[in-house]
Design a protein around this ligand. Structure first.
Ligand SMILES: [Zn+2]
Length: 431
């Protein structure tokens, strides 16, 4: 996809604003105050800080076309070395892919933990769907903890970046940033007004503090309001994104007139709708598990036949765990029901979303790229792609996110004292 000219991410990656302290000590910058949280240390991931020495992994790495045998090295948060042959003492060995990018999440939904019954409208549609009722009543700290739990799941399953549709206006954004603080991840925060109505002051404030606007769907909004919303995002040179044709088919020309950076779902799209998306270079994020939950099957081969660029997302965190490994496996199977697509295409779908954060990013592991790597305990060589669409969380050996390692190789002194502290507490509580 050629990055639309209205989106310019100043000074490298726009999403730097969302990273918790990068390798160069960049601090998060937001136009809103991030609340301090009382989230316990057990909710934080034990990741290291980026190292100034070269760190290396060996095995089969993805060069954007195929898996090649070799070694990948990085310093701080940048890949600095790619060469054939194995290094003597790698941090990990296996199949090496770039960090996955979850192109569509609603992490706040992780607050809903009950078994779900009902239709799309009853569960997720604004303003009265179950998730909106639970989110409206939930305490801020509980929402932050739920989102952080979902982020931890993502890291453990090889996802180092995500694009979140955040509900709840400015306060919703604040909670997302609080959850992201200290997590070794990149996130694009796409927010929306609290109500399904346009208020220029609220929208201006949201745009100042976010990466853009993302709304439920065209048919949920008054036409005039959604057009103003999209125009404001465009004027601020930020992203506008929207669900489309999930429950019912929506008027594609009206939706594309909003100049979205991407659409989500398009399950009910006609061939002509898909053609229009391909012509307009608007990618579609496919969320196959979410669709299946509501009895629908996205036709991935048909979307690709029309030349649409596809991304992969896990959608509502209350419906699906935000693991792209599971999403890739499911998408591959669902695609087979409709004729099948190569496993490599499914991997690409789980990588491309990062271009929204950095238009120059590619899905190849290359020198100069951000050090986001996943090393999986899987067979490599020509069968690497087939291995990937069968992978599970237990295959993940190491995740490198902006040069930070998860899991951290060994406990630090501070961690050791925490463990001792925890033991003491346990001893006391059993007395
Ligand atoms: Zn969604």
């Amino acid at each position: 996809m050629r990055p639309p000219s209205h989106r310019r991410f100043g000074g490298g990656s726009r999403s730097n604003q969302l990273c918790s302290g990068g390798a160069d000590g960049r601090k998060s910058f937001h136009a809103i105050n991030i609340p301090r949280t009382s989230a316990g240390s057990e909710e934080r991931l034990n990741a290291t800080q980026p190292s100034r020495a070269v760190q290396r992994v060996s095995g089969w790495f993805y060069d954007g076309q195929r898996f090649r045998e070799g070694t990948v090295g990085w310093v701080e948060d940048v890949v600095v070395e790619i060469r054939s042959g194995r290094t003597r003492r790698p941090l990990a060995e296996g199949l090496i892919i770039p960090g996955l990018w979850n192109a569509h999440t609603h992490l706040g939904d992780a607050i809903v933990t009950q078994e779900l019954k009902g239709t799309i409208e009853e569960l997720v549609a604004p303003p009265h769907g179950l998730k909106h009722r639970v989110l409206a009543k939930a305490k801020d700290a509980a929402v932050i903890a739920a989102m952080r739990r979902a982020m931890a799941t993502m890291i453990r399953t090889g996802t180092t970046g995500f694009s979140d549709f955040r509900e709840g206006g400015l306060n919703g954004l604040k909670l997302l940033y609080a959850a992201l603080a200290a997590m070794p991840m990149q996130g694009l925060a796409l927010a929306r007004p609290v109500e399904l109505s346009y208020d220029p002051r609220e929208v201006a404030a949201i745009l100042r503090a976010s990466d853009g606007i993302a709304v439920s769907s065209y048919i949920d909004w008054p036409r005039d309001g959604i057009e103003k919303l999209a125009a404001d995002a465009r004027r601020a040179k930020k992203i506008f994104a929207i669900h489309c044709s999930e429950r019912v088919r929506e008027e594609i020309d009206a939706v594309l007139d909003l100049k979205p950076a991407f659409l989500v779902h398009m399950v009910h799209a006609t061939d002509a709708d898909l053609e229009r998306c391909a012509d307009a270079h608007v990618p579609i994020v496919v969320c196959a598990r979410s669709n299946a939950f509501f009895g629908m099957t996205p036709d991935i081969p048909r979307m690709l036949r029309h030349g649409v660029e596809l991304h992969l997302g896990t959608d509502n965190a209350m419906i699906n765990t935000p693991s792209l490994l599971r999403e890739m496996e499911f998408a591959y199977r669902v695609a087979r029901l409709k004729g099948g697509v190569p496993a490599r295409e499914i991997l690409e779908m789980a990588l491309r979303g990062r271009r929204l954060a950095d238009p120059h990013a590619t899905s190849a592991i290359r020198v100069g790229a951000r050090a986001d790597l996943v090393i999986l305990d899987l067979p490599g060589g020509r069968n690497g792609f087939a291995s990937i669409v069968r992978a599970s969380a237990s295959d993940v050996r190491l995740v490198v996110s902006g040069g930070r390692l998860w899991p951290a190789p060994s406990p630090s002194v501070r961690d050791a004292s925490m463990i001792r502290g925890r033991r003491r507490r346990i001893t006391r509580s059993t007395q």
